[in-house]
Write a protein that binds this ligand. Structure first.
Ligand SMILES: [Zn+2]
Length: 443
C-alpha cells in the first residue's frame, strides 16, 4: 500500500479515547447550536428537560430526544416557508437546496450554507482518498445531476482532491460509455444497479467489453449492493475494477466509507459523525460488535438544518476487528444491512431483503435484475421471486431453479415461489431500485 493513504492522517488515526473526547466535545457544541438557533429544537429539548449544560457524557447524550423524518416533514409543512422553524441560520445564508428522494413519503427539504457545502465536499474527500482517488485520476460521473444530492458532493470532493471530473449528466447510457472510452476515464461513481446496467448495455448493445475499458475503481452509493459480496463481485468482474461502498443521506451527510483494504465493512467517519446503534426491541444502545440495531446519527458540524440524534432507520452492527488500512475509525460489518422499515416478518420469519440479493447474484446464469413480492393468500403469507434467466442458461433452467430454491431456503429460512423471465423483461432502474414489494400492508 502506498505511503500517503489518508486524506486526514491526524483524524483518521486518532487513538480511540481521543476520538471519543472529540465526539463528546463536538456533540456538546452542535447540541447547544441547535438549542440556541432553532425554535423546533429548543422546544423539543425543553419538553424532554435536556439542556445544553446537562450533556457531560455519552450517557447524557442518550437522553437527548431523537428526530425522525416524519417530524421534519411536519415542520416543513408550517411557516416559515420553506424550511419551517428548524432552520438555524437566516434564510439569506442558505446557498444550496436539495431534497430527499421521497421513496418513503413526501420529500424533506435540505438547506445548506456555503460552509455546510464545503463540509459535504470535505467528508466526501475522506471517502474518495480512502478508495484510491488521486490527482492523476479522471473521474466520470454517469448520473443525471438534479435536485437530489447524489453525486454533487462526490463531484466537488473529486475536484477538491485534484482529480479531473467529467460530469456525464444528460448523456444517455451508450453516450456515457463512449465518453468513458474516448477519455480513458479511470474512476466513476454510480448506484450498483446502474454499474451493472451500464456493463450490460455495453456488452449487449454496443459490443464493448466493459472490463477492457480504463475504469479501475468505482464508488457506489444509494443502495447497499457494493457491500453485498455477490453483487460486488459481479460489478468487479464486469468492469475489472475495484468496487467500493459508501453510505450517506441527504439529511445526514456522507458518514461512512469502505477503504482500499476492503475489510468486509465500512469505516464510520467518527471525526464528523457520532453513530449510535439502538436495539430494535429494547431501545438500549449497543456498544459491542455482532448485534444488529438501527442507527441513530449526529452530524457533528452541520449547521443550517442540524442532524442531531437522527433516527436513520438504517440497520447496522459494529465490527471490532482492526482494519489493515490502519484507520482507527470504527467499522460497521457488511455495511448497511437493511432498513428497519424493510426488515419484515414473512411467515413469522425475520427477513432482510439484502439476503435475497446475495443469493440471486451469487448464481451463475441468473441476470442482475430481480423482484420480490410478498402478499397474502387467504391468511397465509406468500413470497415470490421474479428473476431473469440469461439467454445462455436456458438449457440449465431446471438445475438453476432447484439450486436457487435451496440457497434461498438455506440463507433466509423461507420457501419461495420462483418465476423465470426472459432476459430484458423486468424493469431497469437508474437510481433507487424498488425490488422489494410488500403488498400485505394494503390488505
Ligand atoms: Zn480500513
Amino acid at each position: 500500500m502506498e505511503k500517503i493513504q489518508y486524506w486526514n492522517p491526524f483524524l483518521e488515526t486518532l487513538p480511540r479515547e481521543k476520538i471519543r473526547k472529540l465526539q463528546l466535545r463536538k456533540f456538546q457544541k452542535i447540541f447547544r447550536w441547535a438549542y440556541e438557533h432553532s425554535v423546533f429544537h429548543r422546544s423539543l429539548y425543553d419538553r424532554a428537560g435536556v439542556l445544553p449544560k446537562d450533556i457531560r457524557s455519552f450517557e447524557d447524550i442518550r437522553r437527548v430526544p431523537k428526530v425522525e423524518k416524519a417530524m421534519m416533514r411536519d415542520i416543513q409543512s408550517r411557516d416559515p416557508f420553506p424550511y419551517g422553524d428548524a432552520l438555524c441560520v437566516p434564510l439569506d445564508q442558505v446557498s444550496v437546496f436539495r431534497q430527499t428522494s421521497g421513496t418513503t413519503g413526501k420529500p424533506v427539504y435540505q438547506p445548506d450554507t456555503w460552509q455546510d457545502w464545503e463540509w459535504w465536499a470535505e467528508s466526501w474527500a475522506f471517502i474518495l482518498w480512502a478508495q484510491g482517488y488521486r490527482p492523476r485520476d479522471r473521474v466520470f460521473i454517469p448520473f443525471g445531476y438534479n435536485i437530489f444530492v447524489a453525486f454533487w458532493a462526490g463531484h466537488y470532493a473529486a475536484e477538491k482532491i485534484g482529480c479531473e471530473v467529467v460530469p456525464g449528466g444528460v448523456l444517455d447510457t451508450q453516450a456515457r460509455i463512449l465518453k468513458i472510452q474516448e477519455l480513458q476515464a479511470t474512476a466513476m461513481m454510480a448506484t450498483p444497479t446502474y454499474v451493472l446496467g451500464m456493463a450490460d448495455t455495453a456488452r449487449q448493445k454496443m459490443d464493448i467489453d466493459p472490463s477492457q475499458l480504463s475504469i479501475n475503481k468505482i464508488t457506489c452509493a444509494g443502495e447497499p449492493g457494493a457491500s453485498i459480496p455477490s453483487t460486488k463481485k459481479r460489478m468487479e468482474t464486469a468492469w475489472d475494477a475495484k468496487v467500493y461502498d459508501h453510505s450517506g443521506a441527504t439529511e445526514i451527510g456522507a458518514w461512512s466509507y469502505e477503504c482500499q483494504a476492503q475489510p468486509g465493512g465500512m469505516h464510520v467517519n467518527e471525526a464528523f459523525f457520532l453513530v449510535e446503534i439502538e436495539d430494535l426491541d429494547t431501545g438500549e444502545i449497543i456498544e459491542e460488535p455482532g448485534r444488529r440495531g438501527k442507527m441513530i446519527i449526529t452530524a457533528l458540524d452541520r449547521q443550517a438544518q442540524p442532524c442531531v440524534r437522527f433516527d436513520s432507520k438504517d440497520v447496522i452492527e459494529w465490527d471490532d476487528a482492526p482494519c489493515a488500512c490502519g484507520r482507527t475509525f470504527r467499522l460497521i460489518k457488511g455495511g448497511v444491512v437493511g432498513r428497519s422499515d424493510d426488515i419484515t416478518k414473512v411467515k413469522g420469519v425475520l427477513l432482510a431483503p439484502a439476503a435475497i440479493e446475495e443469493v440471486v447474484r451469487s448464481i451463475d446464469g441468473l441476470g442482475d435484475e430481480y423482484e420480490v413480492i410478498v402478499d397474502k393468500l387467504g391468511d397465509r403469507d406468500r413470497i415470490k421471486l421474479k428473476v431473469e434467466l440469461m439467454p445462455d442458461a436456458q438449457e440449465r433452467s431446471k438445475t438453476i431453479k432447484t439450486h436457487l430454491k435451496d440457497q434461498l431456503r438455506l440463507k433466509t429460512n423461507l420457501a419461495y415461489l420462483t418465476e423465470f423471465y426472459d432476459y430484458g423483461r423486468l424493469p431497469r432502474y437508474e437510481v433507487k431500485a424498488k425490488r422489494f414489494k410488500d403488498l400485505r400492508k394494503k390488505h
